[in-house]
Design a protein around this ligand. Sequence first.
Ligand code: MRU
Length: 344
Amino acid sequence: MFKTIEWKNNGVVMLDQTRLPGRVVYRTFRDHKAVADAIKRLVVRGAPAIGVAAAMGVALGASKIKARDMKEFKKEFRKITRTMASSRPTAVNLFWAIDRMAKVVESSGNIDIPEIKKRLAEEAKKICDEDMEINRRIGKNGSRLIKNNSTVLTHCNAGALATAGYGTALGVIRGAVDAGKNVKVFADETRPVLQGARLTAWELKQDGIDVTLITDNMAGYMMKKGLVDCVVVGADRIAANGDVANKIGTYSVAVLAKAHRIPFYVAAPTSTIDINIKTGDEIPIEERSPDEVTGMGGTRIAPRGIKVMNPAFDVTPARLVSGIITEKGVVTAPYRSGIRRLFS
Ligand code: MRU
């Protein structure tokens, strides 16, 4: 199995996802600004993987701080966390991971700066290792919801590439396959950046899981034909009421699933739940470059000067969600109390 991200010899090694599926290229990053830029450019993407990259970026930046005292160290450290926090706005895992790294510094007491730097690197590696373990648990919890001989539709890429490994939505599919079930997958291509076509199709094919690629506008047809048994997607941020922000197009899939009485599940670690946000209306939605819409694979597909909107995410209201699969169990409606219980 490929590695998405790794801390190696005081550098961050990432599989460059902008080059997939054509080329498998690993790149090593040695400074935090380059890591923030890699997050922005989708070299690494997917909420949990963004969190891991941010933590490693913070550790990398901190390792280079030349401060004579703790006050100066903290000032430089804050600059690093600000740079990292400005890379992408929607996936809450980014801010969650930065907060965890900041706590290492805050709780450092009287320990010296070299020791803090060491602990930061350890914390980043721990966040990475934990993510892998959490995804396996999500996979196990979710696999019970997947029937034998069924077909799952997924949107975007919530797989090993979007996490430290195994994946969340694809983790549920892997969990069901690992449990001996016969599972087929429809992967939405996921315009405009094609995470479904380029990444989900690639990683499931690598695993020998039966995957069929469809364009986004085919999902309704497949459902009407009775070819989809359930939908499983990931999430970038889940509000306290169960509203789910995920890749643009997820909301349309959820509406279609509801219309066809097909269960619509969201698989995500509890680090993706933002209990400080009451509803999905408060989730910041990233607006990305118009070039992603007007071009494809380096070819222009729209007239020059055309007006474009390119929100990278949408919000699916909790009422369309059949269950949220986490490492701590599956939460169903009413979500507000169910989510609160996860944190108590
Ligand atoms: O823009 P991306 O590729 O970072 O968007 C990724 C998604 O929307 C994923 O579905 C989500 O982050 C869950 S990843 C386990």
